[in-house]
Design a protein around this ligand. Structure first.
Ligand code: AMP
Length: 447
């Protein structure tokens, strides 16, 4: 569409000076993943895909936006995630929607909605993407976080729990991060209810030692007291009833089998009787992963977690369906990787295409496209006019060969091919550029 010619503004000599608008910055708790950060993110994305595929998981992408009711029912009304951290709003059409704070509820919704029950079970799904929690931003805690996760639906055996713990641990290990698994069983909703009563009875008699926050937790979500960082609670916890003593026989046997598998797989784990995880949907196995690092902040923040959620499907209106999964916190893992100077992907190229003059630039454009199509890693700097500047870039990128097209080459139907190592140049037929490069590259690599 032709642009309308705009009338030149008439400059008034005494017009007030317009103030430049203030720059717009990131929304609090959000971050950019800049090009310099991408190699580390690529490592994680590639490893997630590789391991998921190797263990027979299929990719699923659910929307970022869901009905708020999905999380209120699935994750639990009185959990921190739903009570304090949900990004919820009403749409113009009056729907109550929320940005997903996690992905398990969405995946179970998708399973029910698409009748995955009729497919051969179990259904193994993996995902990678952003989640949103209106949490207090601080080191390692963002309002848009990124998770890689795996879910196994339709199978209740202990081997599934163990396999998920193993894969989450392996994901870290293969990225070069040694981690320890903390694991616990929180039994069935019934055994947990009995335990909850015992816990409330214990802390009620010691209520005067609790902070205001923990007093509230005692009423609303007593198991969360076990997560309290308050030193008084830490002390009281030592004598508090432990959930293992309240487990039903089936859950106990299930837990033992999970641990036996982990022993077999040589996954380092610690039993943590206070680990309950914040979400309502967990049953039986719950676990978290902590990196073995000397950085205190990073060591104290879990880099992943998961567990079994056999009751979730029914809460969401589906049939009874056993399920288990994990989610890895990629933002924290990225920090660990950056700290350990993990090897990053090389962005080295084989060939650089340099040009001089308008005609040269046009021809170089099509040569670059031929190189790309034939799979040769190549780079260009078409916006640059000076050959010197282009050669500097070629050098920096580690090009082995440079194709140079100037005015003369365009007229002659030739190209200059320069070997960057030896500095030798030869003139070749422009139609044979790709052929010559294919011939020369293995010779250069053999040296
Ligand atoms: P969760 O299932 O809530 O334990 O989350 C799984 C993992 O996601 C955690 O172990 C963290 O590594 C990561 N995670 C959770 N919340 C945040 C956040 N607000 N910012 C960054 N990472 C997070």
């Amino acid at each position: 569409m032709p642009l309308k010619k705009q009338a030149k503004p008439v400059k008034k000599p005494d017009a007030p000076v317009k103030k430049a608008p203030a720059p717009i910055n990131l929304v609090r708790g959000m971050k950019d993943i800049l090009p310099a950060d991408q190699p580390v993110w690529d490592l994680m994305r590639d490893k997630a895909r590789e391991l998921s595929q190797a263990y027979g998981f299929e990719r699923i992408d659910t929307p970022f936006l869901e009905e708020t009711g999905l999380f209120v029912r699935g994750v639990g009304k009185l959990t921190d995630i739903v009570e304090k951290e949900l990004y919820s709003f009403e749409t113009l059409g009056g729907e109550h929607v929320s940005l997903r704070p996690e992905n398990t509820a969405s995946i179970v919704r998708s399973y029910i909605q698409h009748g995955m029950l009729n497919l051969p079970q179990p259904i193994k799904l993996w995902y990678l993407g952003p989640m949103f929690r209106y949490d207090r931003p601080q080191h390692g805690r963002y309002r848009q976080l990124h998770q890689f996760g795996c879910e196994i639906l339709g199978e209740g055996g202990a081997v599934v729990d163990a396999q998920l713990v193993f894969i989450s641990w392996l994901f870290l290990k293969e990225l070069g991060i040694e981690a320890t698994v903390q694991i616990n069983s929180i039994g069935t909703p019934e055994s947990r209810a009995n335990y909850r009563n015992a816990l409330v009875a214990y802390f009620r008699t010691r209520r005067n030692k609790l902070s205001e926050d923990d007093k509230k937790r005692l009423v609303k979500n007593p198991l969360r007291i076990l997560d309290s960082k308050d030193p008084a609670v830490q002390e009281l916890k030592a004598e508090a009833p432990q959930i293992v003593d309240w487990l039903d026989e089936d859950s106990k046997a299930h837990f033992m089998r999970v641990l036996e598998f982990l022993d077999e797989l040589r996954v380092p784990y610690e039993l943590n009787p206070y680990l309950v995880r914040g979400l309502d949907y967990y049953t039986r196995t719950v676990f978290e992963l902590y990196a073995n690092t000397t950085d205190n902040d990073l060591a104290q923040a879990a880099v992943g977690g998961g567990g079994r959620y056999d009751g979730l499907s029914e809460v969401l209106g589906g049939r009874p369906l056993p399920g288990a999964g994990f989610a890895m916190g990629l933002d924290r893992i990225a920090s660990l990787l950056k700290e350990s100077n993990a090897p990053v992907k090389s962005e080295k190229i084989d060939v650089f295409v340099a040009q001089l003059g308008d005609q040269g630039r046009k021809r170089a454009f099509s040569i670059f496209e031929e190189l790309r199509k034939s799979g040769i890693p190549a780079a260009e700097a078409f916006a640059k006019d000076s050959i010197k500047a282009q050669m500097e870039i070629a050098n920096k990128r580690g090009a082995k060969l440079v194709v140079i097209i100037g005015q003369k080459e365009v007229l002659d139907g030739t190209a200059v091919l320069r070997d960057m190592d030896s500095g030798t140049q030869e003139i070749i037929d422009v139609r044979k550029v790709i052929h010559e490069i294919h011939k020369k590259l293995p010779q250069i690599e053999a040296h």
